[in-house]
Design a protein around this ligand. Sequence first.
Ligand SMILES: Nc1ncnc2c1ncn2[C@@H]1O[C@H](COP(=O)(O)OP(=O)(O)OP(=O)(O)O)[C@@H](O)[C@H]1O
Ligand SMILES: [Mg+2]
Length: 148
Amino acid sequence: MKQIITQVKSEGPEQTWEAAAALMESLEPGTVIALHGDLGAGKTCFIQGLAAAMGITDPITSPTYTLIGEYEGRMKLNHIDLYRLANSVEALGIGLEEYLESDGITAIEWAERAEEILPESMLHVSIEKGCDERSRQIEIWRAVACES
Ligand SMILES: Nc1ncnc2c1ncn2[C@@H]1O[C@H](COP(=O)(O)OP(=O)(O)OP(=O)(O)O)[C@@H](O)[C@H]1O
Ligand SMILES: [Mg+2]
């Protein structure tokens, strides 16, 4: 089941940054964030907002070839993009597990590619495109186990 933490509408990249900055305030070191959404939805944009809120001045780009970008700010930020991977086995091959133990923030785009090896306790950010070019629905949630 999904426990929705926040649902916000964004009308442009600046508002997506604001949503990320608001989330950043409550993030504990060691948090893993899975970002979901189509190509161009704004996953990288959201992570740029997290980075700015952490005081990171290096530009956050899509880690196309390396798949992993590491940045130092008030906390460490690991930016991982699994788009080019087929499955969890390949994710193990790039050393994803090591990042899951990080005491920084680890933000993973296309996390569904490695679902099996990601922690259930992670935070999810789903970004959906709206009717306008710049409108997005951002949902921040956690998966909760059903009570038996
Ligand atoms: N409200 C909005 N929030 C975020 N991005 C927006 C918004 N409106 C327009 N955009 C534009 O949408 C694009 C989002 O690109 P971004 O690289 O963040 O997507 P992505 O989800 O990371 O895609 P990919 O799966 O290819 O990595 C940017 O060009 C950004 O300027
Ligand atoms: Mg991206």
